[in-house]
Ligand binder design. Structure first.
Ligand SMILES: NC(=O)c1ccc[n+]([C@@H]2O[C@H](COP(=O)([O-])OP(=O)(O)OC[C@H]3O[C@@H](n4cnc5c(N)ncnc54)[C@H](OP(=O)(O)O)[C@@H]3O)[C@@H](O)[C@H]2O)c1
Length: 345
């Protein structure tokens, strides 16, 4: 039986570099001798594909996505173009008979996501949104720490994912035609992180503030309440002045709290326990830190590769239902802001 997957990358841009590095790292590191083959890369520009293939040791370089889809040797495709193109790319790749790992957000709306899931079901192929935080070993340790009751009862999650990016109408974060905005690019992580910590308790209500610029949210502040009573408050932004904690989170419980550096890609958190019945005095009780083996993308890649080799169509970890719940809350927030992408009006 085949013990490797011929991976291909569609759209070798910024994040594709990180995944390509992880693919190279995973060539030797997957369990049971199963492995990743860095097989092909396709760009709309042949020279870009060739340079990327040479840098990351891919065997084939294509100057169009169609050529990649027509290559019968390609088993699975990592889709890394801007989110506005995910729907059509996922449908085309599945239709060509190849498995899919698609960058987040897989769908810009629940309708798009449902199309992808239906196509994966119909074709009996693997499809997963590349939500790498779901597989981050430090985040998983944090979840375990909470489940073990080390901070008492979980009460509240506070997080920020705010970047300072100069305004440029061509930058995908500022471009409505590319499904721009802070929520779908950055806030998606704040939501998913909160969902993980609350063990995927459904969201019962939300409120928010937003600052829109030319049709996209450049700053948002969101409050979520989960059915289990836990609350989450977050900000995500494209044009925020950078600060020392603009990528961090604090998780509050009745007996203590956890501080998390770079929560969406964390390798470092601290557990603090309150001293006594009242007051804010606390002691650092533990460090929660699991360093990446490569760069953090290796875990979702290993999981997707294992799922494909085992004949699964859906990840048992980042399930389609979790993608749906994530997408639905982003749809609801955008609706409350009256923010529609050009193809939605
Ligand atoms: N998981 C993470 O940590 C992470 C981090 C960053 C981004 N992302 C996600 O990854 C996706 C890509 O983000 P990125 O920052 O890597 O994007 P990017 O560098 O702007 O673009 C990636 C590639 O998409 C194609 N592309 C770019 N602009 C296009 C346009 N206007 N029309 C058609 N194709 C275009 C190009 O591929 P060609 O070479 O084929 O022209 C480009 O190289 C987004 O959905 C984002 O949310 C994830």
């Amino acid at each position: 039986m085949k013990d490797y997957i011929n991976w291909a990358i569609l759209a070798p841009g910024t994040i594709a570099n990180s995944m390509a590095a992880a693919m190279n790292g995973a060539k030797k590191k997957l369990p049971q001798g199963k492995h990743v083959r860095t097989y092909a890369v396709a760009s709309r520009n042949l020279e870009r594909a060739q340079q990327f293939a040479a840098q990351y040791h891919f065997e084939k370089a294509y100057g169009s996505y169609e050529e990649l889809l027509n290559d019968p040797e390609v088993d699975a495709v990592y889709i890394a173009n801007p989110h506005a193109f995910h729907h059509d790319s996922v449908i085309q790749v599945l239709n060509a008979g190849k498995h899919v790992l698609c960058e987040k957000p897989a769908g810009c709306s629940i309708g798009q996501l449902e199309d992808m899931i239906s196509m994966a079901q119909q074709k009996k192929l693997f499809f997963m949104e590349a939500m790498w935080t779901a597989f981050n070993p430090t985040v998983l340790e944090i979840c375990k720490t909470i489940q073990e009751g080390k901070i008492g009862q979980l009460k509240h999650i506070d997080s920020r994912f705010c970047n300072r990016i100069p305004y440029d109408p061509k930058n995908r974060l500022y471009a409505p035609e590319l499904a721009g905005g802070a929520l779908l690019d950055l806030g998606i992580y704040n939501i998913y992180f909160s969902m993980m910590l609350t063990d995927f308790s459904p969201i019962s209500s939300f409120s928010s503030n937003v600052r829109l610029l030319k049709g996209v949210d450049v700053w948002n502040s969101v409050n979520l309440t989960f059915e289990n009573g836990v609350t989450s408050a977050f900000q995500s932004a494209a044009d925020m002045p950078a600060g020392s904690d603009t990528h961090d989170a604090i998780i509050f419980g009745t007996d203590g709290f956890i501080t998390v550096k770079n929560f969406f890609m964390t390798q470092y958190a601290e557990l603090h326990i309150y001293k006594g019945e009242s007051g804010n005095a606390n002691r650092k009780a533990a460090t929660i830190a699991v360093p990446f083996k490569t760069n953090g993308y290796e875990y979702e890649l290993a999981h997707a590769t294992e799922c494909i080799l085992q004949g699964k169509t859906e990840s048992p970890v980042h399930t389609w239902q979790k993608s749906r719940n994530l997408c639905k809350i982003m749809d609801s927030l955008r609706e409350s802001w009256n923010m529609k992408y050009p193809w939605e009006s």
